[in-house]
Write a protein that binds this ligand. Sequence first.
Ligand code: BES
Ligand code: MN
Ligand code: ZN
Length: 468
Amino acid sequence: MPITVKLTEAGKFDGTILYPSIATGATTLTGTPEEAGEIVQINGVYVVSLGKKEKLTNETLRRIGGSIAKWMARFQVNDCAVQLEPILKTGISPLPAVQALTEGLVLGNFKFDKYLATKKSTVLSVQLLAAGVDAHSSLEGAVASASITAEAVNLARELSHEPPNVINPQTISDLAMQLATQYGLTYREIDSKELEKMGAGAIVAVGKGSLTPSRLIILEHNLKDGQKPVVLVGKTLTMDTGGYSLKGTENIITMKYDKTGGMVVLAAMVAVARLKLDTPVVGILAAAENMISSKAYRPDDILTAMNGKTIEIISTDAEGRLVLADALTYAERTYTPQALIDIATLTGAVSIALGDNRAGLLSNNDTLAQKLYESGEFTYERVWRLPLDTEYFEQIKGTDSDIKNSGGRKAGTIIGGMFLQQFISEDVPWAHLDIAGMMMAEKEMPYCPKGGMGFGVRLFLDYLKNIS
Ligand code: BES
Ligand code: MN
Ligand code: ZN
């Protein structure tokens, strides 16, 4: 655990203390830092700017937390404290504010240095100082649950960064088993042979070219009779070369991150267990590696999915929807979910539509879509809904098969969603998050370095807490 955040009684800490301060606009005279997160020393006192009062939001505090963590690492301040009083005095709602600040601190300290000769990580400790802490037990709870949540995001980031010569469908399954044992989740794997017997011809086909065949990795939390679980399904392509519809040199690089959806589901399940959420939750990782060999699946192949529908392969690079198709059928049949949510780096087209700021949301259920939208606004893991009008189906209507796995260039993200919907019963509330645009930070962000972002973990946890 490289950073710990703790609530402490004000006055009981005598190390370096940061005093948050609203920007005054009179910088030249007072030396008060202006930009939120900026830290300056004034007469031996450390001041961290909250920025302008009217612009202070939870997201600002999250970014300030990130700045503090980076400042600590940079100046080797291993232990410091932040006064909460000036933040609470602004009138901002205390619990979400402290939650956001804590998240920022933990997230801002993330580094992927596992494979570096010289490690960059340091063990940091931050005390949040408040008066009458004993009366503030809810604040303490907010710090604790925000830490667990942000640690889960960092776990998702770390696993996403792992290279494909280390993480493959087999090794990720082993790891999921270890984590399940550690945190008290039930673990089950359905291997390719079993999947084949179940008729899951789509997910099996995608992994045919790999030395490590496809599988479903399943984690369960708090399942109980008579209560429908929320089921989260993650696209887990430990590498996506494109298969015979091979990606070019430029596009193949970074495709280790095609497992992000699964890593987000896995990490969210760890947090769900650590937070002891009351809601029953199931996480399913649809794991495969999309490779080339004489055994690999081909364009023109016609596959039969677990729900009996036949799929003509137009592009072996539209593999995510194939692994998800069978995972969704499995999820529906096994669990009768109260909500079924998949998360996937599914289409490059989503970053054309929404850029790097919002993930795509497609859903057959307005209530579920609204809840996810609101959790997105609250956590700043923002989503935007795209339509699923039946007319779009024309694009993937099959000729020799029921459906095609690709429908050309138009409306790529919607077509991806439309394809998945063919594997969903009308009465099951379902949502699909296309996070291809949020797969990695292309440059350093306020509380995330370049690389895997773990986008979706905080969104899922907020949604699950809200329905608990
Ligand atoms: N994993 C990719 C999507 C992707 C692309 C994620 C770029 C992140 C960055 C996915 O499997 C894919 O290749 N999708 C195709 C779909 C097409 C063949 C219908 C795409 O987006 O081009
Ligand atoms: Mn692909
Ligand atoms: Zn892919």
